[in-house]
Ligand binder design. Structure first.
Ligand code: PHE
Length: 452
């Protein structure tokens, strides 16, 4: 234990460095990688978007990730308390506390739309099982858009998240992520190999890998930035709370880099599968674009891929089952981190038991989910846009400023040099403190400002 630790709650955290990396990567890898990244690529001019996204992930999201993890680990407490106790100067405390409260509300909003899509994935995973068991109607119901189905499956998804979070950090979160993440990667690679030989795939590959620079504009930049922050779970305290469970002797910039590379790598793999699959579907006459726009944002994962699976026969059924099952799990390891944030705040700040805090938060989230499902058309997309395009980057900008200006250089160095003896002479230390003080905030600000 160190003397400059602001709070000394006895907390049980991750048991190993690998456990942390897998859990943080589990938070990062989810719908953002496999549903929203390929969709954005298809909507925003292919390879040009991929390039800007990769650049922003490394140059902007990675330093911001280190900043957010650092605030968490430095505080050793829930995000609202962490942010509140950050400034030495007490007059700043109300400001940082409000930022924390807003971030927690935003992550609850994200959780409510996320559970709708998570529910769809679970439905698509269960459908082949019901089909095989002879419940053909039920299987079709699971895959067709309806208010009842959306609601039922979202409740299931939120319930499953609650069950894992109630298991606690080590037994719940860490154990699940560690086993299932590697499977997802293997399956993605396997699927890429089955898609590549098909007609149309090469053209899709070209669209994905050969950039047309004339496509880059301010809107594309804003979308790519929002996507990078969403995908790395930034700006909403998910990484902050995981940082607070991270052991103090772990090399922070190192684990953050692993998380960043895993997340970006899996998004890249997903695109490598889905964009060629989209072109295969196009060459089979499936209508995906209308007036140059994707028919639906859920087209790729919920129409193009099922179409691909159906045409593969029996092998396709197995693939479909495993793909959607693993996707549901990837979504779950993300939603766990979403629920952990408000639960830890409620439990540590108002003395609720974790179980009671979990129930309270889930009840509130489900209420919002209900609204999103009933007024799906205007509300759903508006919520996604508000939270991911604006709220996440703006909050993250604030976290960078706080970590940059409110934690002294000495303490920052102390945080990064635990578990990394050469920290002080590293290139990282020469650049990063100024980078999050000035470069990240300015870059985020300019991208948002230009697009308005
Ligand atoms: N990063 C997750 C994904 O890509 C989503 C997420 C956002 C998780 C915000 C936690 C916080 O699906």
């Amino acid at each position: 234990a160190t003397t400059d630790q602001p709070s000394s709650l006895a907390r049980t955290g991750f048991s190993s460095r690998l456990g942390f990396v897998l859990a943080a990567a589990g938070s990062a890898v989810g719908l953002g990688n496999i549903w929203s990244f390929p969709t954005q690529v298809a909507e925003n001019g292919g390879a040009a978007f991929v390039l800007v996204y990769l650049g922003l992930s490394l140059l902007l999201a990675y330093p911001a990730l280190v900043a957010e993890l650092m605030i968490g680990r430095y505080s050793q407490s829930n995000p609202i308390t962490a942010l509140e106790q950050l400034p030495d100067n007490h007059s700043w405390r109300p400001v940082t506390r409000i930022t924390g409260i807003i971030a927690v509300l935003v992550i609850c909003l994200i959780f409510s739309f996320y559970s709708v899509v998570g529910g769809w994935l679970a439905g698509f995973a269960m459908a082949p099982v019901f089909e095989a068991a002879g419940f053909s109607d039920l299987s079709k119901w699971m895959m067709a858009f309806s208010t009842e189905r959306n609601l039922l499956l979202a409740i299931l998804f939120v319930g499953a998240t609650l069950a894992v979070v109630n298991g606690g950090v080590k037994n719940g979160i860490e154990r699940w992520s560690a086993r299932l993440m590697p499977l997802l990667v293997l399956l993605l690679i396997g699927m890429i190999f089955t898609v590549m030989p098909q007609e149309g795939a090469t053209e899709g590959l070209k669209h994905y890998l050969v950039p047309d620079f004339s496509q880059i504009n301010t809107d594309l930049m804003l979308n790519a930035m929002g996507q990078a922050f969403f995908s790395m779970s930034l700006g909403v305290c998910a990484m902050m709370i995981y940082g607070s469970y991270l052991r103090r002797d772990t090399n922070l910039p190192g684990v953050a880099l692993q998380v960043c590379l895993l997340d970006t790598g899996i998004a890249f793999l997903a695109g490598l599968l889905i964009i060629p699959a989209l072109y295969v579907a196009l060459s089979n006459g499936v209508s995906i674009y209308e007036n140059g726009q994707l028919v639906n944002s859920d087209t790729l994962v919920f129409e193009v891929l099922p179409d691909l699976f159906t045409r593969m026969g029996t092998e396709g059924i197995v693939m479909s089952l495993s793909f959607f099952a693993l996707m549901t799990i990837a979504a779950l390891t993300s939603s766990i981190s979403m629920l952990e944030v408000p639960v830890s705040c409620l439990a540590e700040r108002s003395g609720f038991s974790r179980a009671k805090a979990g129930l309270t938060v889930c009840a509130g989230v489900l209420l919002v989910t209900l609204l999103l499902i009933i007024y799906f058309d205007p509300l759903f997309n508006a919520t996604v846009t508000f939270t991911t395009r604006y709220a996440q980057p703006i909050n993250s900008l604030l976290f960078c400023l706080y970590a940059g200006w409110l934690i002294s250089r000495h303490r920052k160095l102390q945080e990064i040099s635990r578990g990394w003896s050469k920290a002080e002479s590293s290139l990282f230390w020469k650049i990063w403190p100024w980078y999050i003080r000035i470069v990240c905030p300015v870059m985020i600000g300019v991208i948002i400002f230009q697009s308005i």
